[in-house]
Design a binder for this molecule. Structure first.
Ligand code: PEP
Ligand code: MN
Length: 330
């Protein structure tokens, strides 16, 4: 149950009533409102208190992420770039940060083509321990240089609770990868950091589980969460993962949070990235993250799916046309 308080009202009486019923609660400040979240519903649903402006009994388990209490769409501001507004935000860059000069060159090229953010991994979640693991802190230093050179806000992955503070010092948005999307300790730490977060959908995660993962961050008072569909595991083997556009569309109907789509990882092949990206924007994605490299065939990770600069430029031209056709811009 959400008790949304009148502005400047004191929640202490309400909290006493909740505690008297042996229910659990959290006081959260989100989107300019103070909310007392109390559960289970059955213990608290008859509570009346002067401090409450409106109470919302959610029909969904993800109460704060649900659109039932917040009808307006949330806009996540990442260093001045707004995700969830009329404009579709494209974040582009290499899978992994490999080298400073290379990263800056890619960033300048994607910026010229219309990307509004730079993405690149310093900490890489690799399936094999023998694969390139990323440059770690050195990669973060390079990302800082990219920002200084281009002004593009940085989104990069954080894999470990011990690194959240450090990565947050360099990045404008923290990515939680598919493999960590139910690492509840990490979700709570990123929630506490209040940094904008890009939450990938785990490859075996239902939409409800994905939204409950977001709920962990919202419950820590971090409302700056963007959900990112990146393909799920299915019986289908012709693509690397099955891009679940249907779920992205559905998710937009049940949450106020913006939705991103990553067409690169489900494609697994660069020739499939463009049509999937176009489909995602046509279906209402608020953000795309796309892997781009100067010489993709030499990339140290995901070399089959990264686009060349040339391919990215062509993609951006087509994306603009699709965005316009659905009342958006890029
Ligand atoms: C990535 O974005 O580089 C990445 C590793 O993605 P995912 O977590 O979706 O596999
Ligand atoms: Mn990758």
């Amino acid at each position: 149950m959400l008790f949304i308080l009148k502005s400047n009202s004191d929640p202490s009486q309400l909290v006493e009533k909740i505690v008297a019923r042996s229910a659990s609660y959290r006081v959260v400040d989100l989107y300019g409102r103070r909310i007392v979240v109390a559960w289970p519903d059955k213990l608290v649903e008859d509570i009346v208190d002067d401090s409450v402006e409106v109470r919302v009994k959610s029909s969904r388990p993800y109460q704060l992420a649900s659109s039932e209490w917040k009808r307006d769409k949330t806009i996540v501001d990442v260093d001045g770039v707004e995700i969830g507004g009329r404009s579709v935000v494209v974040a582009a860059g290499p899978c992994a940060i490999e080298d400073e000069e290379l990263a800056i060159e890619i960033a300048k090229a994607v910026k010229r083509a219309g990307a509004k953010m730079f993405r690149g991994g310093a900490y890489k979640p690799r399936t094999s321990p023998y694969s390139f693991q990323g440059l770690g802190e050195k990669g973060l230093e390079i990302l800082k240089r990219v920002y200084e050179e281009t002004g593009l806000p940085i989104v990069t992955e954080v894999m470990d609770t011990r690194d959240v503070e450090k990565v947050a010092r360099y990045a404008h948005m923290l990515q939680i990868g598919a493999r960590n999307s139910q690492n509840f300790h990490l979700l709570k730490e990123v929630g506490k950091s209040r940094k904008p977060a890009l939450l990938k959908r785990g490859m075996a995660m239902t939409v409800e589980e994905w939204l409950l993962a977001a709920e962990y961050m919202l419950l820590e008072g971090n409302g700056n969460v963007v959900l990112c569909e990146r393909g799920i595991r299915s019986f289908e083997k012709s693509t690397r993962f099955t891009l679940d556009i249907a779920s992205a569309v559905y998710t937009k109907t049940v949450t106020h949070l913006p939705i991103a789509v990553d067409p690169s990882h489900p494609a697994g092949r660069r020739d499939l990235v463009e049509p999937l990206a176009l489909a995602a924007v046509a279906a209402g994605a608020d953000m795309l993250i796309i892997e781009v490299h100067l010489s993709p065939e030499k990339a140290l990770s995901d070399n089959e799916q990264q686009l060349t600069i040339d391919m990215f430029e062509k993609l951006m031209t087509r994306l603009k046309a699709v965005a316009e056709a659905v009342g958006r811009s890029i």
